[in-house]
Structures are given as structure tokens and as C-alpha cells.
Design a protein around this ligand. Structure first.
Ligand SMILES: [Zn+2]
Length: 113
């Protein structure tokens, strides 16, 4: 060990060995992470496929219902544009009729707001 401290040549050799070892360890770690990532990806894909296979009808229903909700939302937005973004009016929670903002009841369906 004393020789290492005094001989620059020997110190260089030891250091390059240490660097090589570190590089090797890093490569191993990288490979491990890559493997883990691939494994996780495969599990994810399998799980997703399984979920789709087992719940296709439910998922279809969810998508269709979401699309219908979106459609209703667009209808309301289009209505708001047509009505010129009047700030003193709101849409009835029950039937969607445009009513005054301070209305307690809807003038169309009569339900409380
Ligand atoms: Zn109403």
C-alpha cells in the first residue's frame, strides 16, 4: 500500500482498475434496471390486456356514457354561445332550460335549483 502512495505509475494502475470496476458495476446496474423496466412493461401490457378481455362490455359502456356526457356538455356550451354568454342566466339542473341566475325554481320544469 505504501508503494501505491509513492509510485504514480502504480497509483495510475490501481485507479484505472477501480474505474473499470465501477464502470462494470454501473453497467450491471443499468442492465438490471432495463430488465426491471421490461418486466414491468410486460406486466403492465398483460394486465391491460386482461382488463380489456375481462371487462370489454363494461369499458364500452363507460366510453359510450362518457361520449354522451361530452355530447350533452357540448350542447350546453353551444347553447351558451348562442345565448351570447349572458352572465345573469344559468341552466336548470334538471332540464337544461336557460333560467335567471337567482331563480329558486325552473320556469320550465318547476324543480328547485
Ligand atoms: Zn328545469
Amino acid at each position: 500500500m505504501i508503494a501505491i502512495m509513492f509510485s504514480p505509475k502504480l497509483r495510475g494502475k490501481v485507479m484505472s482498475k477501480q474505474i473499470k470496476a465501477t464502470k462494470y458495476m454501473l453497467k450491471e446496474t443499468q442492465d438490471d434496471f432495463t430488465e426491471m423496466g421490461t418486466l414491468a412493461g410486460n406486466i403492465g401490457a398483460k394486465t391491460r390486456k386482461q382488463i380489456l378481455d375481462e371487462n370489454e362490455e363494461v369499458l364500452k359502456d363507460i366510453e359510450l356514457r362518457s361520449a354522451n356526457i361530452e355530447k350533452e356538455s357540448i350542447k350546453v356550451k353551444m347553447g351558451a354561445i348562442k345565448d351570447g354568454f349572458s352572465t345573469n342566466t344559468i341552466y336548470c339542473k334538471h332540464c337544461g332550460t336557460l333560467i335567471d341566475e337567482d331563480s329558486k325554481f325552473c320556469k320550465s320544469c318547476g324543480k328547485e335549483q
